[in-house]
Ligand binder design. Structure first.
Ligand code: RFL
Ligand code: PHB
Length: 391
């Protein structure tokens, strides 16, 4: 097989790039290790910044998002079950907002668009291997059943997530990795219940952080901070609801509608960046190159800026013969990636209970929190980062 751009990974990053390139007449083949059902079964992000929403529209995939997604102009931060302050995103960011629309739906819309355009998306591609990445003729091999298939291409895009093969194909002496692992995880529950609040509530509490989020008016998504040693089996639905209620202000807890969980999962919190994001003719994008803790809702949104830069770089190459975008991709993408890292670290530190924190750390955290709600500049900084810094 032969194509211009071979994309590894059928998550939102890979699908979005293949769809955008297709619309400009650039050929792609996308290889996904799992089945479509498996990919669509993963419950992940819920909040899309306006830049991501614009990219969905440009990819001609924004229709359902615009109909069913909810535009949120603000969110709440609750503290120790006592106060609950609203962050007015629209006011403090100068008019922007976010869209609450699940990653599962984003991915479904992108798959459907790829189907409509007869996009080459190959599922259950096993043993994907990247070859001759620093040559002018790189190629990718994969196994489908007993057959080994080879794809010759100009460029390889590594959009295969944190555990993918692409980043691992870059020699260790070329790649520099930066990492912070947080000493806790998030236990998440999806339930077919009415959300407790029309906007998100981020709750800091001595017992640990909690988040009330939603997917629609009948589908709620809740999270609680949990020790890394806990597993999903340690948490019955009843135990989850009881712990969530303890961490929310009493009036919110009193209104919380509970019900059976339809999905329950635990995710560790980690910050990670790999530099550079290019090796020869391989370009990394999204979680393959960087991850953030979910606190600031940045992960998918940071992937979006990588895709935006790559989309323009590759179309400039194929349509105008201009390689400047490819040459400076890594530097440009990383500048925005690090800003998302900073913001996610800030919000994670502000809102979580750290097992090893000293009384000094606790005083600083409380002071940071009080400062936030006493300063329009501090709220402006929070809001401009939450709605998404410009690409
Ligand atoms: P993905 O989604 O991990 O997709 C990568 C795809 O590559 C496939 N793959 C391979 N394919 C071929 N060969 C191989 N060897 C392969 N290895 C892997 C995988 O099967 C997969 O389909 O990466 P992508 O596309 O870069 O997208 C990134 C986002 O998924 C991620 O950043 C977000 O989900 C992070 N995130 C959030 N981001 C937000 O912007 N807003 C949020 O509100 C938000 N909430 C979250 C989140 C992530 C969470 N978890 C579980 C980590 C909430 C949670 C709980
Ligand atoms: C979610 O709804 O899954 C969600 C929302 C906001 C976050 C993280 C996750 O910051």
């Amino acid at each position: 097989m032969k194509t211009q751009v071979c994309i590894i990974g059928g998550g939102p990053s890979g699908l979005m790039l293949s769809q955008l390139l297709h619309l400009k007449g650039v050929e792609t083949i996308l290889l996904e290790k799992r089945s479509r059902e498996y990919v669509l079964g993963r419950i992940r992000a819920g909040v899309l910044e306006h830049g991501f929403a614009d990219l969905m529209r440009e990819a001609q995939c924004g229709q359902r998002m615009d109909q069913e997604g909810e535009v949120h102009d603000g969110f709440y931060i609750a503290s120790n079950g006592e106060r609950m302050d609203r962050v007015d995103l629209k006011k403090h960011s100068g008019g922007s907002s976010v869209v609450v629309y699940g990653q599962t739906e984003v991915t479904r819309d992108l798959y459907e668009a790829r189907d409509r355009m007869n996009g080459a998306v190959i599922h259950n591609a096993e043993d994907v291997k990247l070859h001759d990445l620093t040559s002018a003729a790189p190629y990718v091999t994969f196994r489908k059943g007993d057959e080994i298939i080879r794809i010759d291409c100009d460029y390889v895009i590594g959009a295969d997530g944190f555990h993918g093969v692409s980043r691992k194909s870059i020699p260790k002496d070329v790649l520099r990795e930066y990492e912070r692992v947080y000493p806790f995880g998030w236990l998440g529950v999806l339930s077919r219940t009415k959300p407790v609040c029309e906007e998100l509530i981020y709750a800091r509490h001595q017992r640990g952080f909690a988040l009330c989020s939603l997917r629609s008016q009948v589908l709620s998504r809740y999270y609680i901070q949990a020790p890394l040693t806990d597993s999903v089996d340690d948490w019955s639905d009843d135990a989850f609801w009881a712990e969530l209620k303890r961490r929310l202000p009493p009036d919110v807890a009193g209104r919380l509608e509970t019900g059976p969980s339809i999905e329950k999962s635990i995710a560790p919190l980690r910050s990670f960046v790999a530099e550079p994001m290019r090796y020869g003719n391989l370009f990394l994008a999204g979680d393959a190159a960087h991850i953030v803790p979910p606190t600031g809702a940045r992960g998918l949104n940071t992937a979006a800026s990588d895709i935006y830069y790559l989309y323009h770089a590759l179309t400039d190459h194929y349509l105008k013969g201009d390689d400047a975008g490819l040459e400076n991709y890594s530097e440009k993408a990383l500048a925005r990636v690090w800003k998302a890292q900073r913001f996610s670290w800030f919000l994670t530190t502000l809102l979580h209970t750290f097992p090893d924190s000293t009384p000094y750390d606790q005083k600083l955290q409380q002071t940071e929190f009080e400062y936030l709600f006493s300063s329009d500049q501090a709220l402006g900084s929070l809001a401009e980062n939450y709605v998404g810094l410009p690409f």
